[in-house]
Design a protein around this ligand. Structure first.
Ligand code: HEC
Ligand code: HEC
Length: 206
């Protein structure tokens, strides 16, 4: 209940004051940081209910989580939700704390996937085989046949549809510009909005 309240408050932008007050976290261990800060939006185990623009972190690759926290901290991941929510938080984390929270979320069991939708069939095709005539490679070739990620390649399975779709658009426009984004930018630029929606729908069901 406490978590639900916090999440709703976050949606209304009310938790930002609390977040900035906690921006510096010297000496705090990973479980303390998670319980006092991250839980508000991601939940303690990284499996927030479907709040759309907030990603699930459970079972995400730890190397990828580390890279993203550093990209929020150095400002290279600069889409609007990143600047509004994650920039102030990442500023307060040391390299060592980043490593530890990454291991924490990466070791949590993944959430139940979302129910299948009608667009997911086309999305499956794109994910497994790409779109030859549009120069789109199979997503599975990097993200893994089950989209469970590895190293710098993030897990996409069971992620919120709205979040995935937003990220594909941010890669396409270049506003998400961290070092790993160079790989996704040309791929996203070859996808139409409908193809992005279909593949995001499919991934959320895995
Ligand atoms: C006020 C809400 C809020 C809090 C608190 C919060 N996050 Fe986030 N987090 C977000 C949002 C929103 C995004 C999506 C950013 C975007 O769209 O670029 C995000 C994205 C992320 C990502 C990127 C995930 C991906 O798949 O690329 C990581 C990693 C992350 N957060 C870790 C953390 C950690 C660790 C903490 C605690 C130290 C934390 N967050 C606290 C809202 C929050
Ligand atoms: C050549 C390897 C490669 C291929 C092929 C690829 N990706 Fe990626 N993808 C990456 C990398 C690397 C990242 C991490 C980018 C970063 O660090 O910012 C990523 C990130 C993403 C993200 C952001 C995830 C998050 O949690 O924020 C989405 C969504 C995504 N890819 C979807 C796709 C889709 C859909 C396809 C197929 C149409 C695809 N990718 C094909 C390498 C690839």
């Amino acid at each position: 209940m406490k978590y639900l309240f916090s999440s709703l408050a976050c949606l209304l932008g009310l938790c930002l004051t609390a977040v900035s007050a906690q921006a510096q976290q010297p000496g705090k261990s990973a479980p303390e940081i998670v319980r006092t800060t991250c839980y508000m939006c991601h939940s303690t185990h990284g499996n927030n209910p479907d709040l759309g623009f907030i990603p699930r972190l459970a079972a995400q690759s730890s190397a990828y989580i580390e890279d993203q926290l550093k990209a929020f901290r150095d400002g290279s991941r600069a889409d609007p939700p990143a600047t509004m929510y994650m920039w102030p938080i990442a500023q307060g984390l040391s390299d060592n704390q980043i490593k530890q929270v990454a291991v924490w979320f990466s070791s949590q069991p993944p959430a139940e996937p979302f129910p299948a939708s009608s667009a997911a069939k086309e999305g499956r095709e794109i994910f497994l085989h790409g779109i030859l005539k549009e120069d789109v490679p199979a997503c599975a070739s990097c993200h893994g046949p089950k989209a469970d990620g590895n190293g710098i390649f993030p897990r996409l399975a069971g992620q919120n549809t709205q979040y995935l779709l937003a990220q594909l658009r941010y890669f396409r426009s270049g506003v998400r510009n961290d070092k790993g984004a160079d790989i996704m930018k040309p791929i996203a630029q070859h996808l139409t909005d409908d193809q992005m929606s279909a593949v995001a729908d499919y991934l959320s069901t895995l």
